[in-house]
Design a protein around this ligand. Structure first.
Ligand code: DAH
Length: 326
């Protein structure tokens, strides 16, 4: 019994001598671990007479409890020492300016999309999400684009297989949406489109917005007025604008809209009256309904808004460029 009692003193001495957590752990396993003296006694408890057994049991528990406490206290002492040492060793220069947190801003394309959406939302257009991975039916066939049209060429378009592609235009939303809806409709849709192009005015991915209105007695004047008002709103000033006759397989007549920018005409919108063939593909009665559609290149609009001369800046993640728009 004497040696059990002595054990506490011995353990305390050794624990207090340990200089770091490694040594402390060694002491812990020596006095409380599997091969410790205490554990050996516990294993032999059945050899102790019944009379003494509860006394020895209680004694062992008390000693274990005491040793654990000593270890815990010493551990706190050691940790405090480590902290104090690091505080005295590390010399902090409190005169250094603090680290400032810089707050991010919206990408100019995102702000433009928000502005455009605001304008059309006020005119009761609903914003419809589209698919970036499309099939040839929605991207080409249903839009009356002939089978040998150059835009279907693998040199211009990212085909994923013979039928599936990264959409080349948001116009596919016209088909996707109208398949399940009946006129009258007023929708817009924003999104990324993909074409194999790379230079100062083209990137393989860019953003478009599609607009579609189908209703009773819709005519070109409605289209013209909406576009005029939109451009005034977007640029906060009256720009010189021209409507130029053009050709798209899904509109008749078709037009492109150019804006005068730095003495150059810049094409920004394709539009027209929805082609009767497209309306027929959508089971819309062309005797009752007509519509107009337009597709707008968002990067182009933002380039004019801020006088940016290379579209590739938008996608370089160069903070010096992006911070200008905060
Ligand atoms: N989808 C055409 C393009 O990417 C733009 C366009 C032209 C959209 C005429 C239209 C439209 O909705 O009616 O070049």
């Amino acid at each position: 019994m004497f040696s059990i009692k002595n054990l506490l003193n011995e353990a305390e001495k050794e624990i207090l001598l340990s200089k770091n957590t490694y040594e402390l752990n060694l002491a812990r396993s020596k006095f409380l671990g599997k091969n410790s003296y205490l554990n050996k006694i516990i294993k032999k408890m059945h050899l102790i007479s019944l009379k003494d057994r509860s006394y020895v049991g209680k004694l062992i528990n008390t000693i274990k409890y005491d040793i654990t406490n000593i270890i815990l206290k010493h551990k706190i002492r050691l940790e405090k020492k480590i902290l104090e040492r690091s505080i005295t060793n590390e010399k902090i220069d409190i005169t250094l300016p603090g680290r400032s947190i810089s707050i991010g801003g919206l990408h100019p394309i995102t702000s433009a999309i928000t502005d455009i959406n605001y304008f059309f939302h006020k005119l009761n257009f609903i914003n419809i999400p589209g698919l970036e991975i499309e099939d040839n039916y929605h991207n080409f066939d249903a839009l009356n684009i002939p089978i040998n049209h150059p835009s279907r060429n693998p040199q211009d378009t990212f085909w994923l297989n013979k039928k599936i592609l990264l959409r080349t235009q948001t116009s596919s939303i016209q088909i996707r949406y109208m398949k399940h809806k009946k006129p009258p409709v007023r929708i817009i849709s924003f999104g990324k489109v993909y074409r194999k192009d790379y230079n100062t005015t083209h990137t393989p991915m860019f953003h478009q917005m599609e607009g579609l209105v189908i209703d009773y007695n819709i005519n070109l004047l409605h289209l013209r007025n909406i576009i005029y008002e939109f451009l005034k709103f977007f640029f906060s000033e009256k720009k010189i604008v021209r409507f130029r006759m053009s050709y798209f397989p899904f509109t008749e007549p078709s037009m492109e809209i150019d804006i005068m920018n730095n003495n150059n005409w810049l094409e920004i919108i394709g539009c027209g009256m929805v082609h009767p063939k497209v309306l027929k593909n959508l089971n819309i009665n062309t005797k009752i309904f007509s519509g107009f559609a337009f597709g707008l290149g968002i990067e182009r609009l933002v380039m004019i808004r801020y006088n940016i001369n290379d579209i590739r800046y938008f996608f370089k993640n160069d903070l010096r460029f992006l911070k200008q728009f905060k």
